[in-house]
Every structure is written in C-alpha cells, then in structure tokens.
Design a protein around this ligand. Structure first.
Ligand code: NDP
Length: 345
C-alpha cells in the first residue's frame, strides 16, 4: 500500500495546523507505458510549499507537492532502470510515477542522479534548487567584489548556508543573521562567516551596525519583517539587494502584499543610496546556470570546502508536523523527511 498526504479541504488561513492535511492509503500505482514506479526516499520540505498551497496551485485529492529523491522500482522509461536514483516530485507520498504525463516544468524536471557526485539527499538542497538559488541570487544577480560586505538572513537555513559560504569563497566580509545561539555559533564556527547576529536580540539594529562597520554592500533577503528594517539604514551607495524570500510573512493573511510594504519602508533609503533591488526566481536560472553552478559547487561540497547541514526527520506520518516546525524556523539546516532507507549510505 502507498501512504500519502493531501490537503484536507480545510480553508487555508495563516499557518497550517493538525487539520490542514489528511493521510490516505491506496494501492501502489502501476507504471503504464512510458512511466516508471519510484519509491520515495527523501521528501524536501521548503517554505515556498506553503505559498503554493495557499495560492491554490495544488489540485485537491493529489499528494501535497514536494521535490523528492527516489529510487526506481519498475521502469518503462528509456534511460531509467530499477535501482537508479532520481530527483522527482512524488510529493508527500511513499511512491509515485514518473513519466511524460506526470512531469512538471522548470526546475521540477526529474533527472537521474549520480550518487558518485554527492549524497543523493543533496539533490534537493545544496546540489539542487537551493544551491542554484544561492548561486543565482549572489553570484549572478549581486555581482560581488572581494572586500565588500554581504549580509544574509536565515543564514543557517537551506539557502542561507550556501550564500554565506559562496560569499566567503569570493573574498567578501560576510555577516549572517540567525535566531538561537546554537544556530549563530554554527554560522561562524562551522560555516566560517565573519560574524552572526541574532534576530531574537532586542538590540538587533545596534548589533548589526556593530558587525558591519563599513556598511552593507549586498543584502541577501530571505526573511523580511524586523530583519529587513535592521539592514535598511546600513546600505552603502550602489548597494544591491536580492529578494529571495520573505519567510516572516508566509503566515500573513491572504492578499497581504508584504513585498510592497517593505519597498515602501525602504523607498527613501533605496533612492538616496541608489540601491538596486532585484527579485529572484530560481526557475529563471535553470537553463542558463544550472551546469555552471554545479561544476563550481559540487567539487567544493565533495571536498568539504562548502559544508551543508541537513535536518533529516523520519516517517511519512510525521510530514505535516515537520512542515509546521520548518515554517516556524524550528529546523536546523535543510529540512528533509526520510520515508525509506537510503541504500547509498
Ligand atoms: P529554511 O526553512 O531552511 O530556513 C529558514 C530559516 O528562516 C529558519 O530556519 C529560521 O531560522 C528563519 N526564520 C523563520 N521565520 C523567521 C522569522 N519570522 N524571522 C526571522 N527568521 C526566520 O529556508 P530556505 O533556506 O529553504 O529558504 C529561505 C528563503 O528562500 C525562503 O524565504 C524561501 O521561500 C526562499 N526561496 C526562494 C526561492 C526563489 O526562487 N526566490 C527558491 C528557494 C527558496 P532562525 O531560527 O535562524 O530564525
């Protein structure tokens, strides 16, 4: 039998709760012509998935969307055989079909994984969409120059960890922003950033100012809210800001335009300092930069020069609870749920 989660049909307001999702059991699907049956090993839980659900992108009755790492069990697809590992989109489900009719566009396109290139779980993290997000938002969009100061929020998260280390590799002074002390320590001691300030501190604006004596040249925005307000007065002339995400606002009431509110608060400073603000959508960079990013980052990860922390939980039955924890920031590293054993370990 296949166990999978769907939306329960309860109206989606601020944050998800125990009644938002429903668990189902059904026979394992059979692959037709041009399809392969895969068993999910890792389910990736990411903040964007909540927006996806709140915007109604997800049809009723189908497994909740998620990027996954899976193993092929049966295949009627050219180029895939039983035992192969794939990146695909089985969602919150123990099994799923791959094949022309169920493939999705953009960065959701399934691909075969080479376990020799890195841990298969990293295909949904540092060696996949999150790594490309960090690379595109920093290296491509913000054109960093050695000696500049970069600030990255959610610095211990799936994207932030990579942004900070790519910044260090390019000779920047890098300041992370994170929550609890253990995360701030991880950011400086394990990722090697120059400093990390806590957004839980009542003196965040002063702490950040002290950590950035030469101001801020690049801000990689993952959060919004009070963190954005603390960075704003520190922008240097010709600074660049990449808006990657605004996780502090993902529980806002539907229809609230958090980005517009931030831009309004920043208007005068952006104009006075000639700050370039750019929105990032990783899907725009898949064709143009995926290979170049992987060629640079995969060897750095393999050699340990880029470190990557994953927060791997277990059990299909725990997925909704893990999802809520991740949205609350209670993850420590890239959040994954493992639902079958990983034969590559
Ligand atoms: P993670 O879930 O790995 O990390 C998010 C971290 O944000 C949490 O661990 C928490 O860390 C922090 N956080 C959560 N809530 C708040 C809050 N209210 N105030 C301050 N910090 C908070 O996320 P990802 O790294 O996967 O994603 C980061 C951002 O990138 C998200 O906004 C996501 O939507 C976006 N994204 C955008 C893409 C694009 O194409 N533009 C593609 C992929 C991701 P702490 O405990 O330190 O506060």
């Amino acid at each position: 039998m296949n166990r999978y989660w769907t939306l329960s049909g309860k109206p989606l307001g601020g944050w998800p709760d125990a009644e938002t999702f429903a668990l189902h059991e059904a026979p394992i699907p059979k692959p037709g012509a041009g399809q392969a049956l895969t068993r999910t090993i890792y389910i990736s839980l990411d903040p964007y998935q909540w927006g996806y659900k709140k915007r109604g992108t997800e049809p009723a009755g189908v497994p909740c969307h998620a990027r996954t790492v899976s193993q092929v069990l049966e295949s009627n697809l050219d180029g895939l055989k039983p035992g192969d590992y794939v990146f695909n989109t089985n969602g919150w489900s123990e099994y799923g079909l791959m094949g022309e009719r169920v493939w999705r566009p953009g960065y959701m396109i399934p691909r075969k994984l080479d376990p020799a290139r890195g841990r298969i779980s990293q295909a949904v993290g540092v060696l996949g969409m999150l790594g490309l997000t960090a690379y595109a938002g920093l290296v491509v969009m913000a054109s960093p120059k050695a000696g500049e100061t970069l600030v990255v929020s959610a610095a211990s998260g799936g994207v932030g960890q990579i942004v900070g280390q790519l910044g260090k590799a390019r000779g920047l002074r890098v300041i992370g922003i994170a929550g609890k002390e253990a995360k701030c320590r991880f950011v400086t001691e394990e990722l090697g950033l120059d400093a990390c300030v806590s957004h839980l501190s009542p003196t965040l604006p002063e702490d950040l100012r002290a950590a950035c004596p030469n101001g801020v040249d690049i801000y990689f925005e993952n959060v919004g809210g009070a963190v954005f307000d603390a960075v704003l007065p520190l922008f240097n002339a010709s600074a660049r800001m990449t808006i990657c995400g605004l996780i502090a606002h993902y529980g806002d009431a539907p229809g609230t335009d958090a980005r517009a509110a931030l831009m309004k608060r920043g208007e005068a400073i952006f104009a006075a300092c000639n700050v370039t603000v750019r929105d990032l959508f990783v899907g725009d960079f898949v064709k143009s930069h995926h290979d170049v990013f992987l060629d640079e980052v995969a060897p750095l990860v393999a050699s340990g020069r880029i470190r990557y922390r994953e927060d791997i939980r277990e059990g299909i039955e725990n997925v909704p609870a893990c999802f809520s924890e991740m949205l609350r920031g209670d993850n420590f590293g890239k959040m994954l749920v493992q639902v079958a054993s990983d034969p590559t370990l």
